[in-house]
Design a protein. Sequence first.
Length: 274
Amino acid sequence: MSESMTVFNRRTVARHRDRAAASLEEHNFLFNETGERLCDRLDDVTRTFPTALDLGCRTGDLGRVIGKRGGIEDLFQCDLSFQMTKRTGSRAAVADEEFLPFATKCFDLILSNLSLHWVNDLPGALMQIRRCLKPGGAFLATMLGGETLSELRQSLAHGEAEVDGGLSPRVSPFADVRDAGNLLQRAGFTLPVADLETITVSYPDPFKLMNDLRGMGESNAVLDARKGFTSRRLFMEAVQYYMQEFADADGRIPATFQIITLTAWVEGENNDRV
């Protein structure tokens, strides 16, 4: 058993993804970038992975990027959102990262691209992932790190403090890279590595950023988030603060996405050929 707290409303996560599915290709630039980087890691691995799983596949972009890299012959895909799986164009099932419906030791490789940061019980999910991997199998994943959207977080906190005199969780909490690495080890993986890099995206204004987050299916899904609509006054206060504090000389604002990349293995005879 693992200790966990219920931070995210998983039904809300699924609803956000369902809503975003139809037009995801207009907003999936971040998923494409991190997916390319994740798949590039397979070029440095000498062994092959005939059977693989794309966990949290959305509309299947990672499967199209990866091709035959890693010697993948059969790629299975799954996502929390039914609407996302309908658009993969391949074998895809609805599945929850917190309750994986797969047999023990059935995959050579499991990949996950920017999906695990919505999991409540990350230690438990990692244990299930390891259970589903064959001896010598590999796990590769990206997830959002703790400094993601720090500018937006700060701006919304300022707006709420100014207008309402208090704070509520308006941007989801994200993992720390050190914690992520430790969790891999706790889950029983060997050779666990957690890398950190930052992708900074430039926007003309905060409105475009928030529209992209909605279009990506990455809107706030914290269980204790304040219910109801954000007041126009609070919203405008946050936007004004964002522009004043973070805009560059051209009037554009940055949005920071901190990317944690996880690499780990299941102990087996193939580990010496990584």
